[in-house]
Design a protein around this ligand. Structure first.
Ligand code: XUL
Ligand code: CO
Length: 435
């Protein structure tokens, strides 16, 4: 098959002028004793690569998809699998992610849709065996069909809740069948448009009950990968319950779900929440809950989820600094939840787009490793807190101080002297590594 007009993309080094080559991503090159591909664990998103026709609210799709007959048939779905694996093989991407409804059609009723999913999963399984590609995570689409207009697990209708449960049960079983490493929940419609018609407490209780059922079912079928929640504050709902990492962590703690869940942090969702990506990653990593990453970026001029390819090297460096600091991704990876701009309609644009994302993260990885090896950044932060290493600071951290002790210290010590935060110096330091 040859829908993508290129051979397997090779690493040609920084000086190559070939747009269909990696300039930085050299899969087996060791960084800190580990191959780049094992640090980065890139994944292709089935929904963007195979199903995104690049339509937007103002116009029809523009993408050329010569392999797709436009029908909702199982046969068409099966044909797409071959094309997707051609794409993975040519880009050298070794993981992938899907929603149930990306890989297989929703048919007249749940039984028929389940059977369609089974047929496609069987084909995916044989392609995985043939190529060694792995499923990073699966998920169920609980946001496209009109039945989920009020949510899935947070719908006011118990019938819809049950339908959503049946769909997730099947999607989890498909994930298990494909030896998926994780399972994601992104609650696009688990939220509300107005509190006038919403019992928030009841909806959150229902969502937690739903997740507990998923945990129980995972035990029954022997699925031991983590579940991920993917925070996003809005779009399509006005208010989504999984609004940011802190809200998700609070929810998981409140409902006793932390043993089974981690977070899947997405760049454009972080910025929609009014945070930086590094903030969301750091909040998650501090809690030992950073599971996986949806790698993309937003647009500073556009206020929605533009899902652009991550080409910002500074941002990739920030991401990789957090990932390296926490000791690397284990079950998770860097999933390109990203789409081409609608003007980039050729199949080969998918290859260019992923080369860009992979090279940006390879650079981010190399730069982050160099910054860590250099040590000045980490040392600066350590020294900034060194008043907590001894004396009163050490006693505060050890929980051995009362307000009386602090008062006595403040009387004896007088007005504290402060050291500069040196933000500009540190920004310059980072820039020195971005060549
Ligand atoms: C939507 C989004 C989803 C999830 C999976 O913004 O990121 O594609 O990654 O449902
Ligand atoms: Co995502």
């Amino acid at each position: 098959m040859n829908y993508f007009d290129c051979d397997k993309i090779q690493y040609e080094g920084q000086n190559s002028k070939n747009p269909l080559a990696f300039k930085h991503y050299n899969p087996d090159e060791l960084i800190d004793g580990k191959a780049m591909k094992d640090h980065l664990r890139f994944a292709g998103a089935y929904w963007h690569v195979m199903r995104n026709d690049l339509s937007d609210p103002f116009g029809a799709g523009t993408a050329h998809m010569p392999w797709d007959d436009g029908s909702n048939s199982v046969e068409n779905a099966l044909n797409r699998v071959d094309v997707f694996f051609e794409f993975l093989e040519k880009t050298g991407i070794e993981f992938y992610c899907w929603h149930d409804r990306d890989i297989a059609p929703e048919l007249n009723n749940l039984k028929e849709s389940h059977a369609a999913l089974d047929a496609v999963v069987a084909k995916l399984k044989s392609k995985q065996e043939e190529t060694g590609v792995k499923l990073l995570w699966g998920t169920a689409c609980l946001f496209s069909h009109p039945r989920y207009a009020h949510g899935g697990a947070t719908s006011p209708s118990a019938d819809v809740f049950a339908y959503a449960g049946a769909q997730v049960k099947k999607a989890m079983e498909a994930t298990k069948e494909l030896d998926g490493l994780g399972y994601t929940f992104w609650g696009g419609r688990e939220g509300y448009s107005t509190l006038l018609n919403t019992n928030m407490k009841r909806e959150l209780d229902h969502l937690a009950a739903f997740f507990h059922m998923a945990v129980d079912h995972a035990k029954k079928i022997g699925f031991d990968g983590p579940f991920y929640i993917e925070p996003k504050p809005r779009e399509p709902s006005t208010h989504q319950y999984d609004s940011d990492a802190a809200a998700c962590l609070n929810f998981l703690r409140e409902y006793d779900l932390t043993d089974h869940f981690k977070l899947n942090i997405e760049t454009n969702h972080a910025t929609l929440a009014g945070h930086t990506m590094e903030h969301e990653l750091t909040v998650s990593a501090n809690a030992g809950m950073l599971g996986s990453i949806d790698a993309n970026r937003g647009d500073t001029l556009v206020g929605w989820d533009t899902d652009q390819f991550p080409t910002d090297i500074h941002l990739a460096t920030q991401v990789m600094l957090v990932v390296l600091k926490m000791g690397g991704l284990t079950t998770g990876g860097l999933n390109f939840d990203a789409k081409r701009r609608r003007e980039s309609h050729d199949p080969i644009d998918l290859i260019h787009a992923h080369i860009g994302g992979m090279d940006a993260f390879a650079r981010g990885l190399k730069i982050a490793a160099a910054i860590r090896e250099d040590g000045r950044l980490a040392n600066f932060v350590d020294e900034r807190y060194n008043s907590f290493d001894n004396n009163i600071g050490a006693r505060i951290e050890a929980g051995q101080c009362s307000f009386e002790d602090l008062e006595a210290h403040a009387f004896a010590n007088g007005e504290p002297t402060l050291s500069s935060g040196r933000q500009e110096m540190l920004e310059n330091l980072i820039n020195d590594f971005l060549q």
